[in-house]
Design a protein around this ligand. Structure first.
Ligand SMILES: [Zn+2]
Length: 675
């Protein structure tokens, strides 16, 4: 069969691909990749960096290309057929990667090279690759004896099951709860659109009245706008007690089992705790460093948070004679106070952010910083007619990257915004093979009357994803697995978040923020208001983020075997960050899916960590001019082009001249006075 996916291709050949090509292509490419791995293992030559470590990194390239095309389609332009194929091939792909990790012959060769590493005279990138490959085996038990190996597999299987059950329980608890309101008076305060949505939801379930649920699109507006305090309390309690009802869906036991198994797994592999295990491959490196970081932020943010809390309390007292401000009052009075202070709504800002102007703006920013130019091209094969394609060149005219941009929602696209790639950058046989990068968003489409106008939040989203995009486009490494955004988790948001800063700067807005009808530049007092309102209650928000970080580290940074009361343990962990009165009926841990179901265990701190990095990096630009080419060049040379080829702290220090300092974030957030 003639299968375009099995022929070598540079640009993804979308127009030639039919759904029936995927499965056979995957099967064939997996077979081919296995043969490439076998050839490495069976090589009669003694193991060397080139014939083993580098060879492994370049093995299975066709499979990687097919996977990129397929899974990007499954996110951005899917249908039932593609989803079915995804279900069929996903287990095959995980089996293939498990087979590699468990391949003792392969590990022995890598280990031999690893043990000789001091005498091999490898460059920093090669050293990083060797370390990474070795760790991908050792962290999965390749060095253990057979008994311990067996136990590790049992733990992994058990953990996989528990995470699944944990998530299913949270979902079932979320779906189980309904608040049916039959008196319209109870919805007082809600905007018309939200009321309609609640009525529609009730109708769709064959009920009369208005239905409120624990799903965010229903829960958040109710907590923000509903005047009825008793109902807000009821909803808040239901939300906060998911998995905490001592019934079949209770997660307390699951939490304890998960943390104990993680601890045992870490011990088996020679780490003191699960947090030590996780942080070994993070910029933050150790639990102590994470705790120092959280504590330092706490100390600086707490006074501001307490002032904000007192302000909110006084406001609620004045408005409704509320004596003790409770958790279920927070969103409601915060929204009212914010309206009073800023009176800023999206409709006022949107006319200044026509999509085409914002795209033009982000390209101009990239041109001023990095000398890049974006040339729209119409000859490149794409998966949907709405996708825009660009060739990207540097200021010497060298081709840098392909850039795909897919901006609007469609039935086959998942929600949110993301950056992805169809091809990574790498260097093979002396040829620097350039990447194919994509940004996918869900911005409102234009109509016959109105162009696509973005909310300010969408503008920062576009800059954010474009920042990830630059990390991919400017990559300049040898090995594909170290290229672009393949960096430690707590480093990957630096390029994206730092780009958002330009959206608040006059010099940048002057490039693109023109009214779509009058051509008038956005008034700077509006920009000032955006800045101020983005810092509204920043102290309280910081404390909230820190509380989750502390809870995460408490669960994973110590031996958990003596913990028997989930709620009491959690209360202790929250002690330093609490603003609202505690409620014995609620528990965070039993629905903390980020750390017990998803991949954020010992990683919650990274949200704030990334903010510190981006604020500190942008402060460097600000000191020297936000379009300073020299600083931009340092950022490109030491961060954007380097991917994961070296330790991120080393890269950062080379760019900035020092380790990141939290003061820039505190200043930007208005938590401390500018120095
Ligand atoms: Zn991001």
């Amino acid at each position: 069969m003639n299968n375009p996916l099995l022929e070598p291709f540079d640009q993804a050949p979308f127009s030639k691909i039919k759904n029936e090509h995927f499965k056979p292509a995957f099967l064939q490419a997996i077979e081919d990749a296995k043969k490439e791995i076998d050839a490495i293992v069976d090589n009669p030559e003694p193991p060397s960096f080139e014939n083993t470590v580098a060879a492994l990194d370049f093995a299975g390239q066709q499979l990687d290309r097919i996977s990129s095309v397929f899974f990007n389609l499954n996110s951005a332009e899917t249908n039932e057929e593609i989803q079915k194929i995804a279900q069929e091939v996903s287990p095959l792909l995980s089996e293939f990667s498990n087979d590699i990790t468990l391949n003792q012959g392969l590990f022995q060769r890598i280990k031999t090279v690893y043990e000789q590493r001091d005498s091999l005279e490898l460059d920093p990138e090669q050293n990083t690759l060797l370390e990474k490959k070795y760790k991908s085996f050792s962290r999965n038990g390749a060095n253990l004896n057979d008994t311990d190996k067996k136990r590790l597999r049992e733990i992994d299987a058990e953990l996989a099951k528990l995470k699944l059950i944990f998530g299913e329980n949270v979902l079932a608890e979320t779906n189980k709860y309904e608040m049916l309101l039959t008196n319209e008076e109870d919805l007082k305060g809600l905007p018309e659109g939200e009321k309609e949505a609640a009525a529609h939801l009730a109708e769709s379930k064959g009920k009369k009245g208005w239905l409120i649920t624990l799903d965010y699109p229903s829960y958040i507006p109710f907590m923000k706008y509903a005047e009825n305090r008793e109902l807000r309390k009821e909803l808040s309690m239901a939300f906060g007690s998911k998995g905490f009802h001592n019934d079949a869906l209770d997660n307390q036991e699951n939490v304890l089992k998960i943390v104990n198994l993680r601890h045992e797994r870490a011990n088996l592999l020679g780490y003191p705790t699960h947090a030590h295990f996780v942080l070994e491959e993070r910029m933050a490196e150790t639990p102590d460093k994470v705790l120092d970081f959280l504590n330092e932020l706490l100390e600086k943010a707490k006074p501001a948070a307490e002032l904000e809390f007192a302000e909110l309390e006084a406001f609620a007292k004045e408005l409704d004679n509320i004596d003790t401000l409770q958790k279920w009052d927070s969103a409601y009075y915060s929204e009212k106070l914010k309206q009073k202070l800023f009176n800023l709504d999206d409709e006022k800002l949107k006319p200044y952010f026509k999509l085409e102007n914002v795209i033009d703006g982000v390209f101009k920013v990239a041109e001023k910083l990095f000398g890049l130019s974006f040339k729209e091209v119409f000859t490149i094969d794409k998966y949907h007619e709405e996708v825009k394609t660009y060739e990207v060149y540097d200021d010497a005219g060298n081709f840098i990257s392909l850039f795909y941009a897919d901006f609007h929602p469609r039935p086959g696209k998942r929600g949110g915004a993301w950056m992805t790639s169809f091809k990574p950058q790498f260097t093979l046989n002396g040829i620097n093979s350039r990447p194919h990068i994509s940004n996918v968003c869900n911005f409102t489409r234009s109509t016959s009357k109105k162009p696509s106008l973005l909310t300010f939040n969408e503008v920062t989203t576009l800059f954010h994803e474009f920042g990830h995009g630059l990390h991919g486009m400017l990559a300049n490494t040898t090995y594909p697995s170290l290229s672009g955004t393949s960096v430690y988790w707590d480093f990957v948001e630096l390029p994206s978040q730092v780009m958002e800063n330009w959206c608040y700067e006059k010099e940048a807005l002057e490039l693109f923020a023109f009214h779509y009808e009058t051509g008038e530049l956005i008034p700077m007092e509006l920009v000032e208001k955006i800045k101020e309102s983005s810092n509204f209650q920043e102290g309280m928000a910081t404390l909230r983020q820190l509380s989750f970080g502390f809870l995460d580290m408490a669960w994973h940074g110590k031996d958990p075997s003596s913990i028997n009361n989930v709620k009491a343990f959690e209360d202790q962990a929250f002690k330093g960050t609490r603003l609202f009165p505690e409620t014995p009926e609620t528990c965070m841990s039993t629905s903390f899916s980020h750390i017990f179901q998803g991949g954020y265990s010992s990683g919650y701190y990274s949200y704030k960590w990334a903010e510190v990095l981006d604020a500190d990096a942008f402060a460097y630009f600000k000191q020297n001019g936000i379009f300073n080419r020299e600083i931009a060049e340092k950022f490109k040379e030491n961060v954007l082009s380097k991917g994961g080829t070296e330790n991120p702290m080393d890269l950062y220090k080379r760019f900035r001249g020092a380790e990141p300092n939290i003061d820039a974030l505190l200043e930007r957030a208005g938590l401390i006075a500018k120095t």
